[in-house]
Design a binder for this molecule. Structure first.
Ligand code: IMP
Ligand code: MG
Length: 336
């Protein structure tokens, strides 16, 4: 296994960050490169006692032995990027491709000022949609045009491909989720780019023949932020009574919660070319599984759920997250 893509199978926020961190600590990649839209994505990073909502730096940050890259397909907001690099002390091991599109203050104003984007679609207001529009119109600036970004600029595509050539391990990190893909999601209630595994590879400049594994991450109880259809959505009373309450990392909006959607999972796995499935939040299926590190510690209820997932998706479940900590995980990959 030399090049692995990790993507979200539902509507984003599946807990990809933790799966990336676990695989990085287990497989020791030399390069972790993120694809995806831009700073509309968010993940939480713990540094000591402190918690940070991070939007530009890859979640692979927590694995200190890898170089971190932002692929040319991604939009960079220089203010957000430079702030995070300083906050997390990532300087020296983070690189941006010079061809990344740049988000200007004006893009954020256009995003927040558009009733269609903020009200109808429920955008994150981070300027991604307008910046991608300008990129398509070929009027957006590129990262290499911004003097403050100069110390971080490199040819990410070349760096990633060379690492693969040398037989090193590489992780390509997706953001967002399948259901909000511009191409395959619930249009128009989607983000401003495709979010599937092929797009993540393209975002980082990696061709399809170079990918060894595609791990699709599904939440046992999917969530959605923003507007748009959500066929298995439950009422707030139902989700609250199950003790499930979540807030968006970027917008702090309360996330909508739904039940497992086998049909969507199967379709998502097909388009993503899924080879393995990761399940997060199994402790919500049965709280008795909280913190389990071995398959045998799972309850019958949880095992039945996992079997159902494998039947629905048609691929093996190889990673099961049982709680928020990095150690609270079951990894069946070596047993395959
Ligand atoms: P935009 O990408 O900010 O234009 O937002 C469009 C839609 O995608 C909204 O419903 C957002 O809530 C959703 N969205 C964008 N990025 C993410 C993400 O990283 N996780 C979850 N939802 C997202
Ligand atoms: Mg997120």
């Amino acid at each position: 296994m030399s090049c692995t893509i990790i993507v979200g199978g539902f509507f984003g926020d599946e807990g990809k960050g933790k799966i990336v961190a676990h695989i990085a600590h287990t497989d020791h990649p030399t390069v972790i490169s993120r694809g995806g839209v831009g700073p509309n994505a968010g993940h939480t990073v713990h540094v000591g006692e402190k918690e940070f909502g991070v939007r530009m730096i890859p979640s692979g940050f927590v694995y200190e032995d890898a170089e971190l890259c932002i692929g040319p397909g991604v939009l960079v907001d220089p203010r957000v990027f430079l702030h995070e690099v300083e906050l997390l002390g990532a300087s020296g091991r983070i690189f941006i491709d010079g061809r990344c599109g740049v988000i200007e203050e004006e893009h954020i104003l256009r995003d927040k000022g558009s009733e269609h984007l903020t009200k109808t679609i429920g955008s994150t207001g981070t300027g991604c949609g307008p910046a991608n529009a300008d990129r398509v119109l070929r009027s957006a600036r590129q990262a290499k045009d911004i003097p403050e970004l100069a110390p971080y600029i490199t040819d990410v595509a070349e760096k990633v491909n060379k690492a693969i050539d040398h037989g090193e391990k590489v992780i390509l990190e997706g953001t967002q989720g399948f259901g909000i893909s511009l191409y395959f999601g619930t249009y128009p209630f989607v983000t401003s780019k495709d979010t599937s595994a092929s797009q993540i590879a393209a975002d980082c400049g990696v061709g399809p023949t170079r990918i060894d594994d595609v791990i699709v991450v599904f939440k046992a109880f999917p969530t959605r932020v923003g507007e748009g259809p959500f066929s298995t959505e439950m009422s707030l009373e139902q989700s609250h009574s199950r003790g499930i309450v979540e807030y968006g990392t970027v917008t702090h909006r309360e996330r909508r919660i739904g039940n497992w959607d086998g049909m969507m999972a199967r379709y998502s796995a097909m388009i993503n070319g899924c080879t393995q499935v990761a399940i997060t939040g199994i402790d919500r299926v049965d709280p008795a599984c909280f913190g389990a590190t071995d398959y045998d510690q799972l309850t019958e209820t949880a095992k039945v759920f996992i079997q159902q997932v494998e039947e629905d998706v048609g691929r093996p479940v190889t990673i099961i997250s049982t709680g928020p900590e990095l150690s609270q995980i079951i990894d069946l990959r070596k047993k395959q």
